[in-house]
Design a binder for this molecule. Structure first.
Ligand code: OXD
Ligand code: MN
Length: 586
């Protein structure tokens, strides 16, 4: 195959001349193509068949043990002006980065097949969607891209009609961490990734395109590309509010997106609809509201911890036609991870399971599955105009201080709340786990440009005629003195979402505090929960002293963005710091 779009054909020819593959395959996205790829990977050992009776169409991929997560220290944003990448990104000059990468790609596909993957991020006919083409030498990447994006002939047709696309070049290379780089050239709509087969580094439609490149594009085109789930909450009257929520990687976005209402809520007729679990593209509609699409077509979810107790919808979703990466296996060849019943016999590296070697499944082991397999999948995920967002939620893992929920007073305050987000680090990226770090809007690893400019862009949505979502902050991870979580989380998080919707609709009054509005007594429906009064008070308490220190830390963090920090954000921080001082004195 080939393309009638000259710029696409020329680029493919240039890449082929550089990488010198034995064969070129243009992906059409068909079932036959997928089956053929799976056959081939079963033969090479790239995939291992799992128990086809319990898990039809499910396969296991074991990655190289040193290639199991995103590598933030090897990920670069290469803008002409270093300032544009900001202190939140690693930067390299485009000339240096291209030279370095082209040397790595030189001849790297000799004897291999080069796959050309046209894909569309978002519903194929949506004006909010954007297309790209990934070239890779990894059949595992092709199989995953087929699930995670709208890949193949229809995407190619749209690219040929529009004439523009993001160019992503990928090779697994030697999987050598010393020869591994993920480079972004937002001004050229180009990505070059070498030396890793891991999802976030190799499925270029996901983090590289839909967040880093898209956030850059979104800034100049007046929209937002965010690390957010999208969930629809339907009340017993049949009215649905859509909520977008940003949490850092491996902090429960998939669980919240697929939440099952507590028993009483189910009986009353509450329903939850999953639109997306990781990425949200939003833009103002003609009525001034923000409309969102999920640019992805699948879930690349964290397996460990996924169980009947935490996320039964996810378990149903992945019972068939799923690629598992780095999970363990039971004696009868079923996929297994910590949190599931049963016993592993083989660990994620293929060794006989021995607890002395650590967890059986890698803590960042994953499943790749089509979104449509989720029992709560929302048909509105295919709506080309997107869904209107009523509330935006920010949150992180905060064992102390931060209450279960509070609402920002207005948009500018909400932008500060998002900018100030902090969370304990997780296994989704290499590095220490459990260390508190600031992760503004959960975009620290993904904002493709200077955070100061990014905050300014967020602030710019507040203009006459805008009917913006209300902004909230949640913390499901507050711990008691005994180190146990105070809030049950999972399905019970609907109680908090209901309060937010009551706020949106003007039903809940709330209690004003210096940091925002918290539920007043009785507003959170807690019936059926075994929470004592003290726990509830702790969960909703605003400790003025502790928050004064937090505001000072936020102030220092904001200062690190220098001159590009919008004055408005600093003024918000100062206003709240002052209000806390006044409250302490009172
Ligand atoms: C992801 C991540 O894979 O955030 O979604 O790391
Ligand atoms: Mn993510």
């Amino acid at each position: 195959m080939s393309s009638k779009l000259e710029s696409l054909q020329r680029w493919v020819d240039e890449v082929a001349a550089l990488t010198r593959p034995a064969k070129i395959h243009w992906c059409d996205g068909s079932d036959a193509e997928y089956r053929q790829l799976v056959e081939q990977m079963l033969q090479t050992g790239d995939l291992i068949e799992l128990n086809q009776e319990t898990h039809p169409g499910c396969y296991l991929h074991r990655s190289s043990p040193s290639d199991v997560a995103r590598v933030e220290h090897l990920t670069f944003v290469c803008t002409e002006d270093e300032q544009d990448a900001g202190p939140n990104n690693h930067w390299m000059s485009p000339t240096e980065a291209h030279t370095k990468m082209d040397a790595l790609f030189d001849g790297c596909m000799e004897g291999r097949t080069m796959y050309v993957i046209p894909y569309c991020m978002g519903p194929i006919d949506s004006p909010l969607a954007r297309c790209g083409v990934e070239i890779t030498d990894s059949p595992y990447v092709v199989a995953n891209m087929r699930t995670m994006t709208r890949m193949g002939a229809a995407a190619q047709a749209r690219i040929e009609r529009e004439g523009t696309f993001v160019k992503g070049l990928h090779s697994t290379g030697e999987l050598d961490p010393e020869r591994r780089f993920i480079m972004h050239f937002p001004e050229e709509l180009t990505i070059k990734s070498y030396g890793s087969g891991y999802g976030g580094n190799a499925l270029l439609g996901k983090k590289c395109h839909a967040l880093r490149i898209a956030s850059f594009q979104a800034k100049s085109e007046g929209w937002l590309a965010e690390h957010m789930l999208i969930v629809g909450i339907e009340n017993p009257k049949g009215e649905t509010h859509y909520v977008a929520a940003a949490f850092p990687s491996a902090c429960g976005k998939t669980n919240l997106a697929m939440l099952i209402p507590p028993e009483g809520y189910r009986q009353d007729g509450w329903k939850v609809w999953t639109v997306g679990d990781d990425i949200c593209w939003m833009r103002p509609g003609a009525d001034g509201r923000l409309y969102a699409i999920n640019p992805e077509a699948g879930y690349f979810g964290v397996a460990p911890g996924t169980s009947d107790a935490t996320n039964p919808n996810a378990l149903t979703t992945i019972a068939r036609d799923t690629i598992f990466t780095n999970v363990a296996v039971t004696a009868d060849n079923q996929p297994w991870w910590e949190g599931l019943p049963g016993e592993p016999v083989t660990d994620w590296q293929g060794r006989p399971y021995d607890p002395a070697n650590g967890p059986a499944a890698h803590p960042n082991s994953r499943f790749t599955v089509s979104a449509k397999q989720c029992p709560t999948w929302s048909p509105r995920a295919e709506d080309s105009q997107g869904v209107p967002i009523s509330a935006i939620v920010f949150g992180g893992r905060r064992p102390s201080l931060v209450p279960l929920v509070f609402q920002a007073r207005d948009w500018a305050h909400g932008v500060l709340v998002g900018a100030a987000m902090g969370s304990e680090t997780t296994a989704a990226a290499t590095g220490a786990v459990g260390v508190l770090r600031r992760d503004s809007m959960a975009m620290k690893p993904f904002a493709g440009y200077h955070y100061g400019d990014y905050f300014r862009h967020w602030l710019s949505f507040d203009k006459p005629g805008a009917k913006l979502p209300k902004i909230f902050h949640v913390n499901w991870f507050r711990k008691g003195e005994d180190g146990r979580f105070l809030w049950p989380g999972y399905g019970d998080n609907l109680r908090v979402l209901e309060w937010m919707i009551d706020r949106v609709e003007g039903r809940a009054k709330g209690r004003q505090t210096p940091i925002g509005i918290v539920p007043s007594e009785g507003e959170l429906k807690l019936d059926g929960l075994a929470l004592d009064r003290r726990t509830i008070e702790t969960l909703l308490d605003v400790d003025h002293n502790g928050w004064s220190d937090e505001l000072a830390a936020i102030g220092d963090y904001l200062q690190s963005f220098g001159e590009r920090l919008p004055d408005e954000l600093q003024a918000e921080q100062q206003r709240i710091a002052e209000a806390l001082k006044t409250a302490e004195a009172a």
